[in-house]
Design a protein around this ligand. Structure first.
Ligand SMILES: [Zn+2]
Length: 341
């Protein structure tokens, strides 16, 4: 078995992937037709062309347009099931899915309970049909008001025993520091809910320090920590996991090319790194492709790659016993696959 085949076959986990951003153009087209919503393209080829990332304003334009095709709870369930089937195809056994519910409350009037039930129908379906698990990170888009942020926080707290594993913060980083939504993070912490913030992607170290101050248990991206040696030292010492998404970073121009991506440096500096796909079809990638890419560009071998998978398990919001069981199971499977190399 080649390293490529090993990567495709190995069990994986994913901690940073947006449900709306991971939905394939085909699914959006189906939703648009179902609900009579017009998108800028009406064929699969046209959708694929329009859907690919060009720049950040275009990215937001796509996001808003496709999210407008979601009208009912069934649509949310359908989108989540399609996504989870795609995760199963990549042998991703556990996913922490970031989902932005307030958008669909605003656009289609879908209330928190309706959306939570739809997500959980998909979660249970995936467990039964594909034998894979998932949890939900409900994220506040940082451009909304603190009051609107609290709407998402209340939904996340309501869902703590129904698949919700954390409150997140996503959306445009520039001009919207983590402190803006401090009231939401305080409320989540008081309820015993973890917070996982995007930071250090399109903004620099100050944003990451801000996320740390808000008690973020992992950092979504965090790659621009390399601009601040004190922050690198802090992240090494605390081992706060970074959710690194190399292709997304290159597409967004955070780094000029994959060759110049700091993933190997982050690892050699002793930071806690996990590998993720973020918004895969928009960046023409997948989690499997992220592993293939870092193997090829940085010459990472099977031990380094499986190390990143294990990092994902340990940094997840699963219980300690679930993590231990999954790690043992994955290691057995890695060994079985290695024999075939
Ligand atoms: Zn993200």
């Amino acid at each position: 078995m080649s390293l490529t085949d090993f990567i495709k076959a190995m069990p994986k986990v994913e901690l940073h992937v947006h449900l709306q951003g991971a939905t394939q153009p085909e699914t959006w087209l189906e939703l648009a037709e179902r609900n009579g919503v017009k998108l800028p393209a009406s064929t699969i080829e046209g959708m694929r062309e329009w859907f690919v990332f060009k720049d950040f304003p275009h990215f937001i334009q796509i996001y808003m347009a496709v999210c407008g095709t979601i009208r009912t709870a069934d649509d949310v369930e359908f989108m989540a099931k399609r996504f989870l089937a795609g995760q199963a195809e990549q042998n991703i056994r556990y996913t922490e899915i970031t989902y932005t519910p307030h958008l669909h409350y605003k656009i289609a009037g879908l209330d928190a309970r309706t959306q939570l039930d739809a997500l959980n129908r998909a979660r249970k379906w995936a467990e039964h049909t594909h034998d894979i698990k998932c949890g939900f990170i409900l994220d506040i888009s940082r451009n909304v008001t603190p009051e609107e942020g609290l709407w998402t926080t209340d939904m996340a707290i309501m869902g703590m025993n129904e698949g919700v594993v954390a409150l997140g913060l996503g959306g445009p980083e520039v001009g919207h520091p983590p402190e803006k939504h401090a009231i939401s993070f305080q409320k989540a912490h008081a309820a015993g809910l973890a917070c996982i913030l995007h930071a250090g992607e399109t903004e620099g170290p100050a944003s990451i320090w801000g996320a740390i101050k808000q008690g973020s248990v992992r950092i979504g991206h965090g790659v621009r920590c390399i601009e601040d040696p004190k922050l690198v030292a802090y992240l090494r010492e605390t081992q706060i996991p970074l959710e690194v998404s190399p292709t997304s970073n290159v597409c967004l121009g955070v780094f000029p090319s994959m060759q110049q991506h700091p993933l190997p440096k982050l690892i050699s500096d002793g930071l806690y790194v996990t590998l993720n796909s973020d918004d895969p079809p928009m960046f023409n990638t997948s989690l499997t492709n992220e592993y293939l890419t870092v193997a090829e560009v940085f010459g990472m071998d099977e031990a380094a790659l499986t190390g990143l998978v294990i990092n994902g398990i340990r940094a997840s919001r699963l219980s300690e016993s679930e993590k231990a069981a999954m790690e043992a199971e994955f290691k057995r499977e890695f060994e079985r696959l290695k024999i075939q190399i």
